[in-house]
Design a protein around this ligand. Structure first.
Ligand SMILES: Cc1ncc(COP(=O)(O)O)c(C=O)c1O
Length: 370
């Protein structure tokens, strides 16, 4: 059976490396290997001496221990190191779902969260996040009404890509309570955790609150190291973990040795990496606030509470047409919401890159010229 197109990645595949002024990246500013090693106080010689053999399938004990320490009550055995965060979505849907299993997905969603669940189970309900005047909200009563006795899995992503929404502690607790009451699995994509803005506290990870939570995280977004392709799943249930690992033998077998080495270095300085990117996002958001303040007729601005992206209303007939023409005529890249399965009147904007302010100025110059 054919799977739906991965529209976000197809769009980035077309434009990311040919369009100079990216304004919609979801990752944060990256660094060189030398910079990372220097920050983590690891010598370049140690990296050069690393042997390029196969690695442990579940990930090295050392790396799993470092990951486990980033949670309150997680053991190294609960952690499965991936060859990319994306792999964790694939493995979970394959290992957990059978045709007909009911799945609820918070939407709009990163394509694979929705498409892989739909592909494997064929029985997905979308729980759509709602816009407010100045932000986004979730309707918990509507969510509970979607749950049926056949519901096996609930998929959420907080901080949320693409809206930048973060639930309150109480809202998050209610989601977990509902999952618990109905004994469903809860897949919580926490790729942007640690990027809470303006002093907003970080939510306690779902895996520290619920036995049947499956948490996805990694170093691509908050830590700005997407080229490492380093991520992990945290799964307390040993049976599910074994099933996931069996699927992993069919995808990548074990994590790449250089990524494991560098991921360990990155975890030693994870607070510094996250703080650096939070500062950058907050700085870029000031410029964005001013920019959107100058263009109120064209855009509806809902600033993010957390994460590196926001979904901005575009008061034109088709965001898709607009973004393609914009990329071709000005070299500025925005992501239309059609590729996120959310109508055609929003664009995703990303605030994690160091050239954001300059690229925004290029965009404004273009807007003034047309
Ligand atoms: C919510 C979410 N989950 C997972 C991923 C996958 O991360 P990676 O590209 O590092 O595999 C992304 C990437 O954009 C994402 O936004």
């Amino acid at each position: 059976m054919k799977i739906a197109p991965f529209e976000i990645e197809q769009y980035f595949d077309r434009y990311e490396f040919t369009t100079p002024y990216l304004l919609c990246a979801s990752d944060c500013e990256t660094m060189s290997v030398a910079e990372l090693l220097q920050m983590a106080d690891v010598s370049l010689t140690d990296f050069a001496d690393m042997r390029l053999g196969y690695t442990e399938a579940q990930g090295s004990q050392e790396l799993r221990t470092a990951v486990a320490q980033t949670y309150k009550s997680v053991q190294p055995d609960h952690v499965v190191i991936l060859t990319a965060p994306e792999e964790g979505i694939y493995l979970t849907m394959r290992a957990l779902l059978e045709p007909g299993d009911h799945v609820i997905v918070l939407t709009p969603a990163y394509n694979s969260l929705l498409n892989l669940a739909q592909h494997v189970s064929g029985n997905v309900s979308q729980w759509e996040i709602q816009p407010t005047e100045s932000g986004w909200q979730i309707d918990l009563a509507a969510f509970e009404q979607l749950v049926t006795p056949a519901t096996k899995l609930i998929i959420v992503n907080f901080p949320h890509n693409p809206t930048g929404f973060l639930p309150t502690t109480d809202e998050f607790q209610t989601i977990i309570d509902i999952a618990q009451r109905h004994n469903t699995w809860l897949f919580c994509d926490e790729m942007y955790r640690g990027l809470e803005l303006n002093g907003t506290p970080t939510l306690v990870s779902a895996v520290d609150q619920y036995q049947r939570a499956i948490v996805l995280s990694g170093l691509s977004k908050t830590h700005g190291l997407p080229g490492l392709r380093s991520g992990w799943l945290v799964v307390r249930d040993a049976t599910l973990r074994a099933q996931l690992q069996n699927w992993k033998h069919y995808t990548t077998i074990c994590p790449p040795a250089p990524s494991e080495f560098l991921a360990l270095a990155a975890l030693h300085v994870q607070d510094k990496l996250a703080a650096r990117n939070r500062r950058l996002i907050e700085h870029n958001l000031q410029a964005a606030n001013e920019f959107f303040g100058r263009w109120p007729k064209l855009f509806t601005w809902r600033p993010p509470q957390a994460g590196s992206v926001a979904l901005v209303g575009l008061n034109l007939p088709s965001a898709t047409d607009y973004c393609h023409v914009l990329a071709q005529n000005s070299g500025v890249l925005l992501l239309p919401s059609s590729y996120l399965g959310y109508g055609d009147q929003h664009v995703r904007v990303g605030f994690g890159r160091a050239n954001f302010v300059d690229n925004l100025a290029k965009y404004e110059k273009y807007l003034l010229s047309v």
